[in-house]
Write a new protein. Sequence first.
Length: 256
Amino acid sequence: MKIRTAKRYLLVFFALFLLTNTFADPINITAGRTLVDKNIQILLDPAGKHTASSALASSQFYAHTSGIPNFGTSDATYWLKFSVRNSTGEQLFLQIENPLVDTCNLYLVRNNRAQLLASGGAADVFYKRKYKYPDFVFSLGIPKDSTYTYLVKIKSSEQLLLPVFIGTSQATIEAQTTKDVIAGIHIGVLAVMFFYNLFIFLSTRDRSYLFYVLYIFFIGLTQITLSGYSYKYLFPHSPELFNQAIVVAAALAGIS
């Protein structure tokens, strides 16, 4: 009899354990911009067979409790599930700071059904994006003091480090402006070095300067590609060229 009672207690404990790992607390946004490094659930979809509905119904989600999700290099599809509470009274935005993601789809979960809100990715042409940022930005549309649940489909053929931020419109714009300024300074320094060494090469005809000019050019192209700016300014109508530039520019920089 005691053994049966002990088994029942173990079953209850195990059920409670599963429940606490299945349902994460909402991410409460009170002001500014928040890094989503906890209260998020992740589903690994190795073959990429899940639809939004089947992913939502899956019992294989696991809790991610701290740190920026890092999935390495993989052909698998990942599904992220989380709830957000808007305590700001302002419009909230989701920003995924990885411009190399091939597929990035956002779903709103209502009545256990997933409704597609927005889709994007480096496999789509840039001009189709509602918000013209190198990173992926989506409006969440959560009323004040309300809590909504979302599902995000992620797939990438490159290194999949996934910084996810949720913030107000002003905080999101300020963060992107800061990134733009830093990227502009970096590109400016490379441009000065490029033209300075090009001038020396044209003056001296020393071939070593020509190789250095090519090296600076391809290093610069690699950097602006990895940060997504080449997609926005150089290849907005050609995702194929953008994806090829990631590999080709880095390879040519190594050769030169």
